[in-house]
Design a protein around this ligand. Structure first.
Ligand SMILES: [Zn+2]
Length: 217
């Protein structure tokens, strides 16, 4: 096993433990994947194993057509969803899928998370749309997710959960967390009149600022 494969597997284990600790996932629900740099391969969580129990050798390494290259367990049933995103979004290097509480509330109501707060717009690129309902584990779920992900880094899967996509798993964790907070605050704001959405122009400015100017450079 190459060092790159080992590092990708370690990142998946660390990410699983963190999102589990943050209560963004329960048991083995949800899944995590990452591209292996400069290879047409991804590492993805194995199917049905609690995040605390995943060992490095369990994590399947898969090519972009879905063939198992290495690992002693079968991949997450959402492999077709992850591969459909990687095959259509070359900018995406990492994916986290969760069934977190507030995002699932939005998912079952089939309501987008509005573009109402700076952090959400900066990190996602605008509102978080809801994709058309398709059964879990199907390619069709991936096709609909890709459509609703256009120009965004997150999408709500109808009656299911959230997908966050990013350049690395650290950013994907941040997106998952900010979406969950935004879904929560969106629901709270309904008690006091509901959220006010920002204009496309303001959204564009906020995203551009985050990508090109935010933080230490
Ligand atoms: Zn799911």
């Amino acid at each position: 096993m190459s060092l790159k494969h080992q590092m990708a597997r370690k990142e998946i284990i660390d990410t699983g433990l963190l999102i589990s600790h943050l209560s963004l996932v329960i048991g083995s629900w949800g899944n995590i994947s990452v591209r292996i740099p400069n290879e047409d391969l991804v590492a993805i969580t194995p199917s049905g194993v609690d995040y605390e129990k995943i060992k490095s050798e369990n994590i399947p390494i898969i090519d972009l057509e879905g063939n198992l290259i290495d690992g002693d367990m079968v991949p997450s049933i959402e492999l077709p969803l992850h591969l459909e995103i990687y095959n259509n979004r070359p900018d995406v290097l990492a994916i986290i899928h969760t069934h977190s509480t507030y995002c699932t509330a939005m998912a079952i109501a089939r309501k987008p998370i509005p573009a109402s707060s700076d952090d959400l717009i900066q990190i996602v690129g605008g509102n978080v749309r809801v994709s058309e309902y398709r059964l879990p584990g199907t390619l069709e779920l991936g096709i609909e997710a890709v459509k609703a992900l256009k120009d965004r880094n997150a999408v709500i899967l109808a009656n299911h959960g959230l997908i966050a996509v990013a350049k690395d798993l650290k950013e994907a964790i941040k997106i998952t967390h900010v979406c969950e907070k935004s879904a929560h605050t969106m629901l709270l704001s309904q008690l006091i009149g509901g959220p006010i959405e920002l204009s496309d122009e303001d959204c564009h400015y906020l995203r551009d600022f985050y990508v090109n100017q935010y933080g230490q450079r």
